[in-house]
Design a protein around this ligand. Structure first.
Ligand code: PLP
Length: 383
């Protein structure tokens, strides 16, 4: 719950790590005295869309080379003040995460495998020359925000509060080097179902000229720059009626890598799955990893290996390949009807969502929303 005004001042220590060697950090709570009024919030939660509205508070934590992580706080959601010479604005020293808070039928609020996100956040930070945030502090930061803004977690089907932790270099300097001053934030944005009228397959644009990541690069890190590089191909995709882009490997321009923000799976006619093997040019999705475990648990074979466009073309033609889907936290699982480029179209625009795609999707939803037992111990309670 939000702390009453009187208690803020008594919280003097702002999470000095040396004073809290265990798992709990002191957060200074500053309540938003002008929160969104209830009718407006309810109208937003009835139709939140994605990434359009934000909850009343945000988390911020500071870091400096000599001070480690300090000044942990939950405060009113507000614009950041950045010096025009902040390193992040020039050299894109920024990483982020994405996960969701789900409300269960009894009102409790949970999130899905946050430690995996915390560990990935550290790997992303390392790659970008940013400091690593301790795993427990990452998880506590989510809990602090969701506790303050629990009214922002929707209870409609397939709705959630999307949590966006991110870290930026906010040192003022134009000299090219890792920052000595960094900030971490978490904001929350209510999210509705990706498919409002049934799970329908979507066409995907294959970027045959431009890639997203290359060997030795930052592809495995969830960093802002990877997204910047995917936006011109995304514009091209939209022009061609496709909501998302599939990127190929940078060396041969043949092997499937992933979408701009989602991993990809192929289902074969025997019910087995294939997904591109992880490498330093593929982002290791939590959804991807979970689908592999769910598939194994029901006895499906999963191959993590290279898949070429040629194999996709021939497999679709011979019906060896029966379904293709993409997966990630935001959209969960969405079926793909066609892979298109200016040179080809593999698949069929009128395809329905396949049975394996739908079963895996339902299994994930049932675990996340508490409709099925959490056999893998993936859920972590926040409130
Ligand atoms: C975040 C992301 C994914 C999906 O990861 P999840 O953990 O499943 O949400 C896939 N690819 C890229 C490039 C991403 O940034």
């Amino acid at each position: 719950m939000q702390h009453p005004l009187g208690t803020f001042l008594s919280v003097l220590a702002n999470c000095p790590l040396f004073m809290h060697p265990s798992t709990s950090f002191q957060f200074l709570h500053t309540q938003n005295t002008q929160p969104t009024d209830q009718p407006t919030r309810e109208a937003i939660l009835a139709n939140p869309g994605f990434g359009r509205h934000y909850s009343d508070h945000m988390v911020s934590i500071a870091w400096e080379t000599d001070k480690a992580w300090h000044a942990c706080g939950v405060s009113p959601y507000a614009p950041l003040v950045l010096d025009p010479a902040s390193l992040v604005l020039h050299y894109a020293q920024a990483v982020f995460e994405g996960l969701k808070a789900y409300r269960h039928a009894d009102g409790s609020i949970w999130t899905f495998r946050p430690r995996v996100n915390a560990q990935r956040f550290s790997r992303s930070a390392e790659r970008l020359g940013l400091p690593e945030l301790p795993e427990d502090l990452f998880i506590q930061s989510l809990r602090e925000l969701v506790q303050a803004d629990q009214a922002w977690v929707p209870n409609a089907a397939e709705s959630s509060l999307y949590l966006r932790p991110f870290m930026i270099a906010n040192e003022n300097s134009l000299s090219v080097r890792g920052a000595d001053k960094v900030a971490y934030y978490v904001i929350g944005s209510p999210a509705g179902p990706y498919f409002s009228s049934g799970v329908t397959p979507v066409p995907i644009w294959v970027s045959t000229e431009r890639t997203r990541a290359a060997r030795g690069g930052t592809g495995y890190a969830k960093c802002a720059g990877n997204y910047a590089g995917s936006l011109a191909p995304l514009k091209e995709a939209r022009k061609n009626g496709c909501p998302q882009v599939l990127f190929l490997d940078s060396e041969h321009g043949e092997y499937l890598e992933e979408l701009g923000g989602m991993n990809i799976f192929i289902v074969q006619k025997d019910g087995s799955l294939i997904t591109p093997a992880l490498s330093d040019s593929i982002l290791p999705g939590v959804t991807r990893a979970s689908i592999i475990e769910l598939a194994h648990a029901e006895g499906r074979e999963v191959q993590e290996r290279a898949i070429g466009l040629t194999e996709v073309r021939e497999g679709l033609a011979s019906k060896q390949i029966t379904e293709i889907f993409a997966c990630g936290t935001a959209a969960l699982i969405f079926p793909i009807s066609v892979l298109k480029s200016e040179h080809f179209a593999y698949g069929n625009e009128s395809n329905f969502a396949g049975p394996v795609t739908l079963v895996l999707r339902k299994q994930l939803i049932d675990i996340q929303y508490g409709f099925a037992p959490d056999a893998h111990n993936w859920m972590v309670r926040l409130v």
